[in-house]
Write a protein that binds this ligand. Sequence first.
Ligand SMILES: Nc1ncnc2c1ncn2[C@@H]1O[C@H](COP(=O)(O)OP(=O)(O)OP(=O)(O)O)[C@@H](O)[C@H]1O
Length: 280
Amino acid sequence: MIRGTNLTVRLGGRVILDGVDCTVRPGRVTVVMGKNGAGKSTLLNRLASRNSEGAVAGAVEVDGRCLSVYDPKELGRKRAVLAQSVHLGFPLSVAEVVEIGCYGRYDALTTRQRRERVRHYLDLLELTDLRDRSYPTLSGGEQKRVLLAKCLLQLDHDGTDQKTNHYLLLDEPTAALDVEQQYRFVHLATGLARERGMGVFAVLHDLNLAARFADDLIFLKGGKLVAAGPKASVLTKTIIRTTFDVDCLIQAHPRADCPLITTLPYEQPNLAPACAPQRT
Ligand SMILES: Nc1ncnc2c1ncn2[C@@H]1O[C@H](COP(=O)(O)OP(=O)(O)OP(=O)(O)O)[C@@H](O)[C@H]1O
């Protein structure tokens, strides 16, 4: 389990994360939600990094050991992080970017084993046709899938350490994906949690994707925890209103075993130019 206690981050003279407690459990999908600037990426970075910028209080334990005592390679084999966006300044091919996922075990794998793994994850993420393309020339959604393939390869455990927990920390993984790819991704991530016992932590903006995808939810507002816990207990109208300042309806989904959330429109903003001539 990844356990964060009293996580407090101060940046640019402001408290960005304020005494947040949270857990990421193996075999479960935990989704963090909140408005822009609520502190979601900051929380993810704090859970993922040995030296997190601006951390002024709190502790992170990964499977009972303090995050800061992990050797970087050991930590890299235990958890992979998909950042919100990654810009490469040099033209690596798609296959080369995915192969970076082998870094933590580079010496332990033969060239053939590395190639096989790269091929497997390119295939899994439907990237085989793009394998020789230059990464910077890909679309945003294609780049996201390449980085996800790299993360999965990073956690590929060869069947040798099945009992070791692995964690996938994803910052807006579906943001640039088309509708089909979003749902393919959701099935892949939930499959990794259910079948391989992976602990998945994801920042999402889509309430319905979260309602379908998450086991546990964390709601943040202004760097503070609004609520955290199993989906059934925290996915409520009151918590959504407190977090997003938006009213909603929560109904049973007609086709899936999860809630369906409809956000309700609020007053239209006045779009008239500020200096519009007054009508007489
Ligand atoms: N290095 C920094 N210096 C100053 N302020 C920062 C720094 N990094 C982040 N912030 C501020 O911290 C707040 C939280 O940022 P964070 O990226 O965690 O938000 P978020 O909830 O992930 O937002 P979004 O949904 O827009 O991605 C924001 O107001 C942001 O401007």
